[in-house]
Design a protein around this ligand. Structure first.
Ligand SMILES: [Zn+2]
Length: 221
């Protein structure tokens, strides 16, 4: 998931070579202060996605294009919701021929903002249609790495290999979640049910590298 909203609540910079995450969260923002603990951890995971997507876009111009197509529409959509809400909140607008319905039709035919939104939306649809195969090829190959990266991002930020596991357990106490740990070695026969766990067998080895990097960082010069 990538949205411009992330930029409004924090900035992230993950240096995977040195396993260092610089994550600045604006905790006064209601989006993230709603439920401290797990929400913050999930937010860090999402920031990991954001950072991964940024890197993917550097490698693949098509992904960069996708981000700008999607991001352009976000704020515009919010504005459209605002101008349309008087019509959408009036149940009589659903009836063809009603005053409200006629006013709405007139409005959408003449309003510039609405017209801009419709034309952006159409170019977005055309973009996805024209590039569907190539986008799916890149994204389906990247997905399992992206989920691993997002978990690692959060774990490195909190300097806690089990932070994701703990946060998830609070919300889903019944679920089988060991595959999100960075220290528990899953059996070789383990088959992942979701992309979050597809690279689980590699997690403990990756965390050893994180440990090693932090030992070197803390070594007296
Ligand atoms: Zn994720």
């Amino acid at each position: 998931m990538i949205t411009g909203a992330f930029e409004a609540v924090g900035t992230a910079n993950f240096n995977p070579e040195h396993f260092f995450v610089d994550l600045q969260l604006d905790k006064t923002n209601p989006e993230i202060s709603r439920n401290q603990d797990s929400t913050d951890v999930f937010f860090a995971h999402e920031m990991g996605h954001f950072d991964f997507e940024k890197r993917l876009a550097e490698q693949y111009p098509l992904i960069a294009q996708k981000h700008s197509v999607v991001l352009e529409l976000g704020p515009l959509f919010e504005d459209v919701i605002q101008v349309m809400s008087p019509f959408w909140s009036d149940p009589s607008c659903e009836t063809t021929g009603s005053d409200c319905h006629s006013q709405m039709l007139e409005f959408v035919q003449t309003d510039l903002l609405y017209a801009t939104y419709i034309s952006y939306n159409e170019s977005k649809r055309n973009f996805f249609e024209a590039n569907q195969v190539e986008l799916e090829r890149i994204e389906s190959a990247a997905l399992r790495y992206e989920e691993l990266y997002a978990d690692l991002f959060a774990a490195v930020f909190y300097e806690n290999s089990e932070i994701i596991l703990t946060a998830l357990r609070r919300v889903y106490p019944e679920a089988e979640l060991d595959c999100r740990s960075f220290t528990k070695q899953m059996p070789k026969s383990f088959i992942a049910e979701t992309e979050h766990c597809e690279l689980s067998l590699a997690r403990p080895a990756i965390w050893q590298l994180v440990d090693l990097a932090s030992q070197q960082k803390n070594k007296p010069a």
